[in-house]
Ligand binder design. Structure first.
Ligand code: SF4
Ligand code: SF4
Ligand code: FES
Length: 555
């Protein structure tokens, strides 16, 4: 492999790599605004200027190919002078918006102003003013004054999504970004421009002004919106999920998320109207749901299940739930009732899938159900439920009214035992309801369409979980907020992970499930799945592992 020297460090590079790419591989950071590893090179911001020996002028590291024997200086006097000059130039017209800008705290311009700028400006003329609140599309707002004209957003739409929707208009100090006439920035992946914009010029309409980033905690998890399982970071403040953003995983989602995943999968997670926050029973007399404690709900479930023969119970597993929860349900059906009457309801939407990320299977774990040996419902399942052969349904994290013809038979099922987070059509008919933790509250695993096992992690707490160091990511407010501080009073729900609820149900039938934590459930099921023997949460790591491959070594 050819070699070059950067800051006295000899490094190898692959032929064709630019200086910035070679440096990045060796963990040497060269500042950059317009360069992005997934986009073409535009070379317009000039912050990446470096000194190369035997070259008469400084060169931009993002477009200059690395060459054998090249000697590069990223911290020499000339380079530092150029960096200072570029920063001074970029800040000439940049407004002093940091105190009210959503990007503050994660802004490249702000960070580089500390790192690469002398902190003074010779410019004392009036700053240039541009439009500050331009709606570019349904989800993105543009602030013309903050834009540094790096063109990342333009290149992203054209090159990554394949829908050129943005362009520069005007020239010189009047240059700004606009959508093409008659167009909106409304592609299904439009919100990725928010992160690739190196400044706060493109912001999320949904998140604008909701929180300062340093007040939030961020947890690495996975989007449950479809079978892709895009890697995400969940931003939480005051125990409320405020946003998700992409987490880099080149094998799964690269640097991106779809707008649906961003917006829809975190809706209602802390909606007190929609969520159950206590076990519930439906009274025979008034047919109303009343709140009870866990033990009472468990004993009612026991009596409902004992009223019928095992063959009259249908267990509905969930492609929206983790491997751990589904495994526990399957074990419950098998060991307590010796039953194989377990199935799940697929959720396929051909209009949703596309060539980029979105999959038509709009569930995160249907592959997980397959590896556990749980199959989709069949015509026979529907027949038996509609003719009354199934008298009791134990439904976990789904809505049985998604089954064909449900309108006719849903109200006639003698008893539904529902393990669910949110109110839905099924819970309107359920006898016993166990409040289920949402995907944002649990440890667990999903298996995506590539057969990759990926971890989800708790980002918000329930009544039973404390936000303890080591288990949760914690923000400044989480660490230092006191009990009389309003930041510490976020909603916490009385909910439990599915495997825990099922373990409690099994216990009243005299069956003891040994696992105490979600990882123990995972390790137990791993031993039963071909190719997963020996996997634990460390093996799965931050980027997931494809079943049957050698476990990845994770940092
Ligand atoms: S809006 Fe942001 S990404 Fe687009 S050109 Fe301006 S600074 Fe670059
Ligand atoms: S493509 Fe699927 S997994 Fe990825 S963000 Fe969208 S809905 Fe979520
Ligand atoms: S990063 Fe090289 S010119 Fe912008």
């Amino acid at each position: 492999m050819p070699k070059l020297t950067i800051d006295n460090q000899e490094i190898e590079f692959k032929p064709g790599q630019t200086i910035i790419e070679a440096a990045r591989q060796a963990a040497i950071d060269i500042p950059h605004f317009c360069w992005h590893p997934a986009l073409s090179v535009s070379g317009n911001c000039r912050i990446c200027l470096v000194e190369v020996e035997k070259m008469p002028k400084l060169v931009i590291a993002c477009s200059t190919p690395a060459a054998e024997g090249m000697v590069v200086h990223t911290k020499s006097e000339k380079t530092v002078h150029a960096q200072n000059a570029v920063m001074e130039f970029l800040l000439i017209n940049h407004p002093l918006d940091c105190p009210i800008c959503d990007e503050a705290g994660e802004c490249k311009l702000q960070d580089y102003a500390y790192k690469y700028s002398v902190g003074t400006s010779r410019y004392d003329e009036q700053k240039n003013h541009k439009d500050k609140r331009v709606s570019l599309g349904p989800n993105v707002m543009f602030d013309g004054e903050r834009c540094i004209s790096c063109s990342r957003c333009i290149r992203y739409c054209a090159e990554v999504v394949g829908e050129p929707q943005l362009t520069f208009v005007q020239r010189g100090e009047h240059v700004t970004i606009e959508t093409f006439p008659g167009k909106e920035l409304d592609n299904p992946y439009s919100m990725n421009v928010i992160e690739i914009c190196p400044v706060g010029a493109l912001t999320s309409k949904e998140f604008r002004f909701k929180a300062r980033v340093w007040d939030m905690s961020f947890t690495g998890t996975v989007c449950p919106g479809c079978a892709r399982g895009c890697n995400t970071r969940m931003g939480v403040r005051n125990n409320e999920v405020l946003r998700i953003e992409p987490r880099e995983n080149l094998d799964v989602n690269q640097y991106w998320l779809c707008d649906y995943g961003r917006l829809e999968t975190i809706k209602n997670l802390t909606d007190k109207e929609l969520r159950f926050s206590s076990p519930m029973l439906r009274t025979d007399s008034s047919n109303e749901l009343i709140s009870v404690d866990w033990d009472e709900a468990v004993s009612h479930a026991l009596s409902e299940l004992k009223k019928v023969n095992a063959s009259e119970i249908l267990f509905v597993a969930s492609p929206f739930s983790t491997l751990e929860d589904n495994y526990a349900l399957k074990r419950f059906a098998k060991e307590v009732f010796d039953s194989e009457n377990i199935c799940y309801i697929p959720n396929i939407n051909e209009n949703f899938g596309d060539e980029m990320l979105k999959k038509s299977d709009m569930t995160p774990n249907s592959n997980g159900l397959k590896i556990l040996g749980i199959n989709a419902f069949t015509g026979e399942t529907v027949e038996k439920i509609s003719n009354g052969s199934y008298k009791v349904v134990v439904c976990m994290n789904d809505d049985v009214s998604r089954l064909p013809g449900a309108n006719e038979w849903l109200g006639k099922i003698s008893s539904i035992i529902d393990i669910t987070s949110m109110k839905n059509n099924t819970s309107n008919h359920s006898k016993v309801i166990f409040p289920l933790s949402t995907y944002a509250e649990v440890n667990g695993t999903f298996v995506n369409f590539q057969n990759k096992v990926q971890r989800i992690r708790p980002a918000v707490t329930t009544l039973e979980q404390e936000r303890l160091p080591g288990e949760f990511s914690m923000s400044r407010l989480d660490k230092f907020g006191s009990h009389n501080d309003r930041w510490t009073h976020g909603a916490r729900f009385n909910a439990r992970p599915g495997w825990k609820i099922i373990r409690q149900l099994a216990k009243v039938f005299g069956t003891h499930f040994e696992f105490e934590t979600s990882e123990e459930v995972f390790m137990e099921l791993s031993n039963k799945v071909d190719g997963m023997n020996g996997y634990d949460y460390d093996t799965v790591g931050n980027e997931g592992v494809v079943i049957g491959t050698k476990p990845l070594v994770t940092a």
